[in-house]
Design a protein around this ligand. Structure first.
Ligand SMILES: C[S@@+](CC[C@H](N)C(=O)[O-])C[C@H]1O[C@@H](n2cnc3c(N)ncnc32)[C@H](O)[C@@H]1O
Length: 236
């Protein structure tokens, strides 16, 4: 079973949104499991202290290496990938999510304050991963994002695997536009080709739309997909 272990000073935040919908049903049915570890349980003083002032001075607090080291050792004795959620990390991609979903699970360390003592990262082999170029107040929501992206790919969690194969990023392209009834809404009809019943034409239209959207919105993805250099998009 795919297993997520989350190390946090806010264990009450979990499962949170992971307890609802697709991920929640999969959790209840045993497709994946979640252990939530309270980092404070590994503090040794009566105040359960997990942070201290930064060496060299400066604002804020830093999570302590000794406390975190003990928490990680207790939570992750196996070979699962270990992550530190961090704005400095490599951006999380669908490719990395697919690799992770195919493995045994993940151990996720959620930072707070100014972050964690640098020595823990190498000392416990943590892979730093970011969910975007902005700063959150803690790693918990980022951990939920990573878990949700993995869990929906686990066998049997999503209904139709075909929908997964055509999703954004799967082929390095954004997804084509989707429509459903009513056939005309506020004067806007569903594109005729989608009602034609001609599967070849529909596939060609979808492909062309996926390419157009990727070219217009994500020159970086388009460059990778088409093997060309990214150029800024200029509107006519
Ligand atoms: C206030 S942030 C610390 C930011 C840090 N001082 C910096 O400038 O890189 C606290 C914690 O939130 C989490 N976090 C913030 N932004 C994130 C992001 N974009 N992706 C993943 N985790 C993030 C990390 O665990 C981080 O240790």
């Amino acid at each position: 079973m795919w297993r997520a272990s989350v190390l946090t000073i806010f264990p009450e935040m979990f499962p949170g949104p992971l307890g609802s919908s697709l991920a929640g049903k999969a959790l209840a049915s045993g497709a994946w499991s979640l252990d939530v570890v309270d980092i404070r349980d590994f503090a040794t003083d009566k105040h359960r202290t997990v942070d201290d002032t930064p060496a060299g001075g400066g604002p804020g607090m830093v999570m302590k290496a000794d406390v975190l080291g003990r928490a990680i050792d207790a939570a992750a004795a196996d070979k699962r990938a270990r992550f530190l959620l961090s704005p400095r990390g490599a951006p999380l991609t669908q490719k990395r999510v697919e690799q992770l979903a195919a493995g045994a699970g993940a151990v996720l360390v959620c930072g707070r304050f100014e972050g964690i003592d640098e020595r823990v990262i190498a000392g416990r082999g943590l892979e730093e991963v970011s969910i975007g170029d902005y700063v959150l107040s803690g790693g918990e929501i980022a951990a939920m994002v990573l878990i949700d992206a993995c869990v929906r790919l686990l066998p049997g969690v999503m209904g139709a695997t075909a929908s997964r194969d055509e999703e954004s990023f799967t082929e390095g392209l954004l997804e084509y536009p989707q429509y459903t009834r009513p056939q005309v809404w506020e004067g806007q009809p569903i594109p005729e080709v989608l009602l034609s019943g001609d599967h070849g034409k529909i596939a060609a239209w979808r492909r062309a739309e996926a390419e157009r959207l990727t070219r217009e919105r994500r020159p970086d993805l388009w460059a990778r997909h088409s093997g060309t250099r990214a150029k800024p998009v200029t509107k006519a």
